[in-house]
Design a binder for this molecule. Structure first.
Ligand code: SAH
Length: 395
Protein backbone atom coordinates (compact mmCIF):
# COMPACT_ATOMS: atom_id res chain seq x y z
CA UNK A 1 0.00 0.00 0.00
CA UNK A 2 1.20 3.50 -0.75
CA UNK A 3 1.66 5.75 2.25
CA UNK A 4 -0.68 8.25 0.69
CA UNK A 5 -3.59 5.83 0.86
CA UNK A 6 -3.14 5.49 4.59
CA UNK A 7 -3.26 9.19 5.30
CA UNK A 8 -6.21 10.01 3.12
CA UNK A 9 -9.06 9.35 5.49
CA UNK A 10 -7.57 11.49 8.21
CA UNK A 11 -6.36 14.12 5.81
CA UNK A 12 -9.62 14.27 3.90
CA UNK A 13 -11.12 17.67 4.05
CA UNK A 14 -14.16 18.78 2.24
CA UNK A 15 -14.75 22.06 0.51
CA UNK A 16 -12.12 24.44 1.92
CA UNK A 17 -14.55 27.33 1.72
CA UNK A 18 -17.98 25.78 1.29
CA UNK A 19 -20.02 27.67 -1.27
CA UNK A 20 -17.77 30.65 -0.89
CA UNK A 21 -15.07 30.59 -3.48
CA UNK A 22 -15.71 33.20 -6.12
CA UNK A 23 -15.31 30.91 -9.11
CA UNK A 24 -17.98 28.54 -7.78
CA UNK A 25 -20.71 31.20 -7.66
CA UNK A 26 -23.56 30.84 -10.12
CA UNK A 27 -24.77 34.01 -11.87
CA UNK A 28 -27.87 34.30 -9.67
CA UNK A 29 -25.77 33.96 -6.51
CA UNK A 30 -23.45 36.65 -7.77
CA UNK A 31 -26.46 38.82 -8.63
CA UNK A 32 -27.83 38.43 -5.12
CA UNK A 33 -24.53 39.43 -3.61
CA UNK A 34 -24.26 42.46 -5.93
CA UNK A 35 -27.82 43.53 -5.09
CA UNK A 36 -27.06 43.34 -1.37
CA UNK A 37 -24.13 45.73 -1.82
CA UNK A 38 -26.34 48.22 -3.66
CA UNK A 39 -24.11 48.09 -6.78
CA UNK A 40 -25.86 48.07 -10.18
CA UNK A 41 -27.05 44.70 -11.46
CA UNK A 42 -24.85 44.67 -14.58
CA UNK A 43 -21.79 44.20 -12.36
CA UNK A 44 -22.82 40.57 -11.88
CA UNK A 45 -22.56 39.83 -15.57
CA UNK A 46 -19.30 41.76 -15.82
CA UNK A 47 -17.71 39.84 -12.99
CA UNK A 48 -18.98 36.48 -14.21
CA UNK A 49 -17.51 37.19 -17.65
CA UNK A 50 -14.11 38.03 -16.17
CA UNK A 51 -14.10 34.83 -14.18
CA UNK A 52 -15.55 32.36 -16.66
CA UNK A 53 -15.01 33.80 -20.12
CA UNK A 54 -11.66 35.50 -19.59
CA UNK A 55 -10.50 33.03 -16.95
CA UNK A 56 -8.74 35.66 -14.84
CA UNK A 57 -6.65 34.60 -11.87
CA UNK A 58 -6.71 37.73 -9.71
CA UNK A 59 -9.47 40.24 -9.06
CA UNK A 60 -7.10 43.04 -10.07
CA UNK A 61 -7.62 41.94 -13.64
CA UNK A 62 -11.28 43.07 -13.48
CA UNK A 63 -10.27 46.47 -14.78
CA UNK A 64 -13.79 47.80 -15.38
CA UNK A 65 -15.06 46.86 -11.92
CA UNK A 66 -14.53 49.46 -9.14
CA UNK A 67 -11.65 48.44 -6.85
CA UNK A 68 -13.86 48.79 -3.76
CA UNK A 69 -16.37 46.31 -5.17
CA UNK A 70 -13.60 43.88 -6.17
CA UNK A 71 -12.10 44.07 -2.70
CA UNK A 72 -15.47 43.54 -1.00
CA UNK A 73 -16.18 40.53 -3.20
CA UNK A 74 -12.77 39.04 -2.55
CA UNK A 75 -13.26 39.43 1.21
CA UNK A 76 -16.47 37.44 1.21
CA UNK A 77 -15.79 35.14 -1.72
CA UNK A 78 -12.06 34.59 -2.12
CA UNK A 79 -10.74 33.80 -5.56
CA UNK A 80 -9.12 30.51 -4.57
CA UNK A 81 -5.96 29.95 -6.62
CA UNK A 82 -5.23 26.86 -8.65
CA UNK A 83 -1.55 27.05 -9.45
CA UNK A 84 -0.13 25.43 -12.51
CA UNK A 85 2.90 23.65 -11.21
CA UNK A 86 3.94 21.35 -14.02
CA UNK A 87 3.54 20.82 -17.72
CA UNK A 88 4.69 17.86 -19.75
CA UNK A 89 4.37 17.39 -23.48
CA UNK A 90 4.20 13.93 -25.00
CA UNK A 91 5.55 12.94 -28.39
CA UNK A 92 2.01 12.82 -29.78
CA UNK A 93 1.28 16.39 -28.68
CA UNK A 94 -0.72 15.41 -25.61
CA UNK A 95 -0.01 17.75 -22.70
CA UNK A 96 -0.38 16.93 -19.06
CA UNK A 97 -0.97 19.85 -16.73
CA UNK A 98 -0.18 19.50 -13.06
CA UNK A 99 -1.97 21.84 -10.68
CA UNK A 100 -1.52 22.56 -7.02
CA UNK A 101 -4.59 23.50 -5.01
CA UNK A 102 -4.55 26.25 -2.39
CA UNK A 103 -4.16 23.60 0.31
CA UNK A 104 -1.23 21.87 -1.39
CA UNK A 105 -2.96 18.98 -3.15
CA UNK A 106 -1.98 17.88 -6.63
CA UNK A 107 -4.37 17.28 -9.48
CA UNK A 108 -3.90 16.74 -13.19
CA UNK A 109 -5.65 17.56 -16.44
CA UNK A 110 -4.74 16.31 -19.90
CA UNK A 111 -5.04 18.21 -23.19
CA UNK A 112 -5.40 15.85 -26.10
CA UNK A 113 -5.29 17.11 -29.68
CA UNK A 114 -7.06 14.93 -32.23
CA UNK A 115 -4.72 12.56 -34.02
CA UNK A 116 -6.23 13.90 -37.23
CA UNK A 117 -5.43 17.64 -37.21
CA UNK A 118 -8.02 18.23 -39.94
CA UNK A 119 -10.75 17.60 -37.39
CA UNK A 120 -9.40 20.43 -35.25
CA UNK A 121 -10.66 18.73 -32.14
CA UNK A 122 -9.08 19.40 -28.78
CA UNK A 123 -10.24 17.34 -25.83
CA UNK A 124 -9.55 18.25 -22.25
CA UNK A 125 -9.72 15.56 -19.60
CA UNK A 126 -10.35 17.06 -16.16
CA UNK A 127 -10.27 15.88 -12.57
CA UNK A 128 -13.21 16.04 -10.18
CA UNK A 129 -11.53 14.88 -6.96
CA UNK A 130 -8.12 14.74 -5.34
CA UNK A 131 -7.64 10.99 -5.51
CA UNK A 132 -10.51 8.58 -5.66
CA UNK A 133 -12.38 6.38 -3.23
CA UNK A 134 -13.59 3.82 -5.74
CA UNK A 135 -10.62 1.44 -5.69
CA UNK A 136 -10.70 0.04 -9.21
CA UNK A 137 -7.89 -2.50 -9.21
CA UNK A 138 -6.41 -1.52 -12.56
CA UNK A 139 -6.33 2.24 -12.03
CA UNK A 140 -3.37 4.30 -10.85
CA UNK A 141 -5.56 6.96 -9.24
CA UNK A 142 -6.95 4.36 -6.88
CA UNK A 143 -3.49 3.86 -5.37
CA UNK A 144 -3.62 7.38 -4.01
CA UNK A 145 -6.78 6.88 -2.00
CA UNK A 146 -9.28 9.65 -1.52
CA UNK A 147 -8.06 13.17 -0.77
CA UNK A 148 -11.02 15.47 -1.08
CA UNK A 149 -13.65 16.71 -3.46
CA UNK A 150 -12.75 19.55 -5.78
CA UNK A 151 -14.97 22.61 -5.63
CA UNK A 152 -16.83 23.67 -8.76
CA UNK A 153 -14.38 26.57 -9.01
CA UNK A 154 -11.41 24.21 -8.96
CA UNK A 155 -13.02 22.03 -11.61
CA UNK A 156 -13.67 24.91 -14.02
CA UNK A 157 -10.31 26.56 -13.29
CA UNK A 158 -8.62 23.55 -14.92
CA UNK A 159 -10.53 24.37 -18.10
CA UNK A 160 -9.59 28.04 -18.06
CA UNK A 161 -5.92 27.34 -17.39
CA UNK A 162 -5.80 24.79 -20.18
CA UNK A 163 -7.56 27.23 -22.51
CA UNK A 164 -4.90 29.86 -21.83
CA UNK A 165 -2.15 27.34 -22.39
CA UNK A 166 -3.62 25.99 -25.62
CA UNK A 167 -4.57 29.48 -26.79
CA UNK A 168 -7.96 28.07 -27.70
CA UNK A 169 -10.96 26.68 -25.92
CA UNK A 170 -11.05 22.89 -25.91
CA UNK A 171 -13.82 21.57 -28.12
CA UNK A 172 -14.73 18.73 -25.75
CA UNK A 173 -14.49 18.21 -22.02
CA UNK A 174 -14.44 14.81 -20.41
CA UNK A 175 -14.65 14.15 -16.67
CA UNK A 176 -12.26 11.25 -16.96
CA UNK A 177 -9.34 12.54 -14.97
CA UNK A 178 -8.74 11.87 -11.31
CA UNK A 179 -11.73 11.00 -9.22
CA UNK A 180 -15.27 9.73 -9.51
CA UNK A 181 -17.39 12.67 -10.66
CA UNK A 182 -20.64 11.23 -9.33
CA UNK A 183 -19.12 10.97 -5.86
CA UNK A 184 -18.83 14.74 -6.03
CA UNK A 185 -22.17 15.27 -7.66
CA UNK A 186 -23.12 18.73 -6.42
CA UNK A 187 -19.82 20.34 -7.35
CA UNK A 188 -19.72 18.59 -10.72
CA UNK A 189 -23.31 19.67 -11.50
CA UNK A 190 -22.44 23.23 -10.51
CA UNK A 191 -19.31 23.12 -12.69
CA UNK A 192 -21.41 21.94 -15.65
CA UNK A 193 -23.78 24.89 -15.17
CA UNK A 194 -20.86 27.32 -15.01
CA UNK A 195 -19.23 25.85 -18.10
CA UNK A 196 -22.45 25.92 -20.10
CA UNK A 197 -23.38 29.49 -19.22
CA UNK A 198 -23.55 31.91 -22.15
CA UNK A 199 -21.57 34.54 -20.23
CA UNK A 200 -18.80 32.03 -19.60
CA UNK A 201 -17.16 29.36 -21.72
CA UNK A 202 -20.60 28.52 -23.22
CA UNK A 203 -20.00 24.82 -23.78
CA UNK A 204 -22.81 22.89 -25.39
CA UNK A 205 -23.86 20.00 -23.11
CA UNK A 206 -23.24 17.74 -26.08
CA UNK A 207 -19.53 18.55 -25.70
CA UNK A 208 -19.42 17.59 -22.04
CA UNK A 209 -19.06 13.98 -20.93
CA UNK A 210 -19.24 12.67 -17.40
CA UNK A 211 -17.70 9.25 -16.90
CA UNK A 212 -18.61 7.05 -13.96
CA UNK A 213 -17.49 3.78 -12.46
CA UNK A 214 -21.20 3.07 -12.05
CA UNK A 215 -22.91 4.94 -9.21
CA UNK A 216 -26.54 4.25 -10.02
CA UNK A 217 -28.21 7.01 -7.95
CA UNK A 218 -25.69 9.50 -9.37
CA UNK A 219 -26.52 8.44 -12.93
CA UNK A 220 -30.18 9.09 -12.19
CA UNK A 221 -29.42 12.53 -10.79
CA UNK A 222 -27.19 13.35 -13.75
CA UNK A 223 -29.94 12.35 -16.16
CA UNK A 224 -32.36 14.65 -14.35
CA UNK A 225 -30.20 17.73 -14.96
CA UNK A 226 -31.46 20.11 -17.61
CA UNK A 227 -29.61 20.00 -19.84
CA UNK A 228 -27.86 16.74 -19.11
CA UNK A 229 -24.32 15.99 -20.32
CA UNK A 230 -23.19 12.90 -22.19
CA UNK A 231 -22.85 9.83 -20.04
CA UNK A 232 -19.93 7.41 -20.15
CA UNK A 233 -19.92 4.25 -18.06
CA UNK A 234 -16.81 2.28 -17.22
CA UNK A 235 -18.24 -1.18 -17.67
CA UNK A 236 -15.00 -3.15 -18.00
CA UNK A 237 -16.51 -6.63 -17.57
CA UNK A 238 -19.43 -8.73 -18.72
CA UNK A 239 -20.03 -10.81 -15.61
CA UNK A 240 -20.61 -9.70 -12.04
CA UNK A 241 -17.88 -12.04 -10.84
CA UNK A 242 -15.18 -10.41 -12.89
CA UNK A 243 -16.52 -6.90 -12.47
CA UNK A 244 -16.66 -7.21 -8.70
CA UNK A 245 -13.10 -8.48 -8.71
CA UNK A 246 -11.72 -5.51 -10.65
CA UNK A 247 -14.28 -2.89 -9.56
CA UNK A 248 -15.49 -3.53 -6.01
CA UNK A 249 -18.24 -0.95 -6.50
CA UNK A 250 -20.02 -3.64 -8.51
CA UNK A 251 -21.03 -5.30 -5.25
CA UNK A 252 -23.23 -2.33 -4.51
CA UNK A 253 -24.53 -1.73 -8.02
CA UNK A 254 -24.16 -4.88 -10.11
CA UNK A 255 -24.22 -4.94 -13.89
CA UNK A 256 -28.00 -5.38 -14.25
CA UNK A 257 -28.79 -2.38 -12.03
CA UNK A 258 -26.13 -0.30 -13.77
CA UNK A 259 -27.41 -1.09 -17.23
CA UNK A 260 -30.98 -0.39 -16.13
CA UNK A 261 -29.85 3.08 -15.13
CA UNK A 262 -28.10 3.49 -18.49
CA UNK A 263 -31.27 2.40 -20.25
CA UNK A 264 -33.25 5.09 -18.44
CA UNK A 265 -30.72 7.87 -19.07
CA UNK A 266 -32.48 10.58 -21.09
CA UNK A 267 -30.84 10.92 -24.49
CA UNK A 268 -31.85 13.58 -26.95
CA UNK A 269 -31.83 12.75 -30.61
CA UNK A 270 -28.67 11.07 -31.85
CA UNK A 271 -26.99 10.78 -28.48
CA UNK A 272 -25.58 7.55 -27.16
CA UNK A 273 -24.19 6.26 -23.91
CA UNK A 274 -20.48 5.53 -24.13
CA UNK A 275 -19.30 2.30 -22.54
CA UNK A 276 -15.64 2.20 -21.66
CA UNK A 277 -14.07 -1.21 -21.53
CA UNK A 278 -10.50 -1.45 -20.26
CA UNK A 279 -9.00 -4.57 -21.83
CA UNK A 280 -7.07 -6.70 -19.35
CA UNK A 281 -5.40 -9.81 -20.75
CA UNK A 282 -6.93 -13.04 -19.48
CA UNK A 283 -9.40 -11.16 -17.29
CA UNK A 284 -12.09 -9.66 -19.52
CA UNK A 285 -10.86 -10.08 -23.09
CA UNK A 286 -12.22 -13.53 -24.01
CA UNK A 287 -14.41 -14.21 -27.04
CA UNK A 288 -17.17 -15.03 -24.57
CA UNK A 289 -16.93 -11.48 -23.20
CA UNK A 290 -17.15 -10.03 -26.68
CA UNK A 291 -20.20 -12.18 -27.31
CA UNK A 292 -21.94 -11.25 -24.04
CA UNK A 293 -21.43 -7.52 -24.41
CA UNK A 294 -23.93 -6.88 -27.24
CA UNK A 295 -26.53 -8.90 -25.37
CA UNK A 296 -26.00 -6.81 -22.23
CA UNK A 297 -26.24 -3.53 -24.11
CA UNK A 298 -29.30 -4.49 -26.12
CA UNK A 299 -31.76 -1.62 -26.28
CA UNK A 300 -29.28 1.04 -25.16
CA UNK A 301 -28.13 3.48 -27.86
CA UNK A 302 -24.49 2.93 -27.20
CA UNK A 303 -20.96 3.02 -28.39
CA UNK A 304 -18.08 1.05 -26.94
CA UNK A 305 -14.60 2.41 -26.34
CA UNK A 306 -12.08 -0.36 -25.89
CA UNK A 307 -9.14 0.91 -23.85
CA UNK A 308 -6.11 -1.37 -23.85
CA UNK A 309 -4.87 -1.31 -20.26
CA UNK A 310 -2.18 1.28 -19.60
CA UNK A 311 0.43 -0.02 -17.23
CA UNK A 312 1.76 1.66 -14.14
CA UNK A 313 3.78 0.38 -11.27
CA UNK A 314 1.88 -1.99 -9.04
CA UNK A 315 -0.91 -4.19 -10.26
CA UNK A 316 -0.49 -7.50 -11.96
CA UNK A 317 -2.38 -6.84 -15.14
CA UNK A 318 -1.32 -7.06 -18.73
CA UNK A 319 -2.46 -5.42 -21.89
CA UNK A 320 -3.79 -7.97 -24.38
CA UNK A 321 -1.88 -8.50 -27.62
CA UNK A 322 -2.74 -6.28 -30.58
CA UNK A 323 -4.24 -9.31 -32.28
CA UNK A 324 -6.49 -10.15 -29.30
CA UNK A 325 -7.67 -6.55 -29.17
CA UNK A 326 -8.48 -6.58 -32.88
CA UNK A 327 -10.33 -9.87 -32.63
CA UNK A 328 -12.33 -8.57 -29.68
CA UNK A 329 -13.29 -5.52 -31.68
CA UNK A 330 -14.15 -7.56 -34.74
CA UNK A 331 -16.53 -9.80 -32.80
CA UNK A 332 -18.32 -6.72 -31.53
CA UNK A 333 -18.43 -5.21 -35.00
CA UNK A 334 -19.91 -8.39 -36.32
CA UNK A 335 -22.69 -7.93 -33.79
CA UNK A 336 -23.31 -4.43 -35.19
CA UNK A 337 -21.87 -2.55 -32.26
CA UNK A 338 -20.21 0.85 -32.70
CA UNK A 339 -16.84 0.03 -31.25
CA UNK A 340 -13.59 1.98 -31.21
CA UNK A 341 -10.15 1.25 -29.88
CA UNK A 342 -8.76 4.10 -27.81
CA UNK A 343 -5.13 4.23 -28.64
CA UNK A 344 -3.11 5.40 -25.66
CA UNK A 345 -2.38 9.09 -25.88
CA UNK A 346 0.43 10.68 -23.96
CA UNK A 347 1.58 7.39 -22.50
CA UNK A 348 5.23 8.46 -22.58
CA UNK A 349 4.40 11.08 -19.94
CA UNK A 350 1.98 8.89 -17.96
CA UNK A 351 -0.95 10.90 -19.22
CA UNK A 352 -2.89 8.01 -20.73
CA UNK A 353 -6.09 6.55 -19.29
CA UNK A 354 -5.60 5.34 -15.79
CA UNK A 355 -2.08 6.65 -15.39
CA UNK A 356 -2.75 9.94 -13.66
CA UNK A 357 -1.14 9.77 -10.27
CA UNK A 358 -0.20 13.26 -9.25
CA UNK A 359 1.85 12.15 -6.34
CA UNK A 360 4.66 14.18 -7.79
CA UNK A 361 3.91 16.84 -10.28
CA UNK A 362 6.74 16.19 -12.65
CA UNK A 363 7.80 12.73 -13.56
CA UNK A 364 11.56 12.49 -13.43
CA UNK A 365 11.78 9.38 -15.52
CA UNK A 366 10.10 10.59 -18.72
CA UNK A 367 8.64 13.67 -20.27
CA UNK A 368 9.86 17.19 -20.39
CA UNK A 369 8.67 19.68 -17.86
CA UNK A 370 8.27 23.00 -19.54
CA UNK A 371 7.00 26.41 -18.70
CA UNK A 372 6.40 25.63 -15.05
CA UNK A 373 5.93 28.81 -13.09
CA UNK A 374 7.07 27.05 -9.94
CA UNK A 375 9.52 24.22 -9.33
CA UNK A 376 8.23 20.67 -9.38
CA UNK A 377 6.73 19.29 -6.22
CA UNK A 378 8.94 17.01 -4.27
CA UNK A 379 6.41 14.62 -2.88
CA UNK A 380 5.14 16.92 -0.16
CA UNK A 381 1.67 16.78 -1.54
CA UNK A 382 1.32 13.07 -1.74
CA UNK A 383 -2.35 12.78 -1.01
CA UNK A 384 -3.60 13.04 -4.55
CA UNK A 385 -4.21 10.17 -6.89
CA UNK A 386 -3.96 9.84 -10.60
CA UNK A 387 -6.79 10.03 -12.96
CA UNK A 388 -7.48 7.98 -16.00
CA UNK A 389 -9.16 9.17 -19.12
CA UNK A 390 -10.57 7.70 -22.23
CA UNK A 391 -10.76 9.97 -25.15
CA UNK A 392 -13.48 9.74 -27.64
CA UNK A 393 -12.18 10.98 -30.91
CA UNK A 394 -15.39 10.11 -32.71
CA UNK A 395 -17.69 12.63 -31.13
N1 SAH B 1 -14.13 7.49 -12.16
C1 SAH B 1 -14.57 7.68 -13.50
C2 SAH B 1 -13.65 8.56 -14.34
C3 SAH B 1 -12.20 8.28 -14.26
S1 SAH B 1 -11.68 6.79 -14.99
C4 SAH B 1 -14.79 6.35 -14.18
O1 SAH B 1 -14.51 5.31 -13.59
O2 SAH B 1 -15.30 6.32 -15.29
C5 SAH B 1 -11.64 7.08 -16.75
C6 SAH B 1 -11.51 5.79 -17.55
O3 SAH B 1 -10.17 5.25 -17.50
C7 SAH B 1 -12.40 4.68 -17.03
O4 SAH B 1 -13.10 4.13 -18.11
C8 SAH B 1 -11.45 3.66 -16.46
O5 SAH B 1 -12.00 2.38 -16.54
C9 SAH B 1 -10.24 3.85 -17.34
N2 SAH B 1 -8.98 3.38 -16.74
C10 SAH B 1 -8.62 3.41 -15.45
N3 SAH B 1 -7.37 2.90 -15.29
C11 SAH B 1 -6.95 2.55 -16.51
C12 SAH B 1 -5.72 1.99 -17.01
N4 SAH B 1 -4.71 1.72 -16.21
N5 SAH B 1 -5.62 1.76 -18.34
C13 SAH B 1 -6.64 2.07 -19.16
N6 SAH B 1 -7.79 2.61 -18.77
C14 SAH B 1 -7.96 2.86 -17.45
Amino acid sequence: MYPSAAVTAAAAITDPAPGRDMRSLLPDELAKWIAATGAPGYRGEQIFRWLHSRGIQTVDEMTNVPPTLRAALEREHPLVPLTQAALQTARDGTRKLGFRTHDGRNIESVLIPDDDPARNKLTLCISSQVGCAIDCQFCATATLGFGRNLTAGEIVAQVYRATTLAERRPTNLVFMGMGEPLHNFDNVARALTLLEHQWGAAFSPRRLTVSTAGLVPGIEKLGALTPNPNLAISLNATTDDVRTRIMPINKKWPIAALLDAARRYPLSHGRRVTFEYVLLAGVNDADADADRLPRLLKGIPSKINLIPWNPFQGPQFERPSAERIRTFQERLRAADMAVYIRTPRGDDIDAACGQLAARELVSIKTGTPEGSPSPPATGVVGQSPPAPHAIDTQR
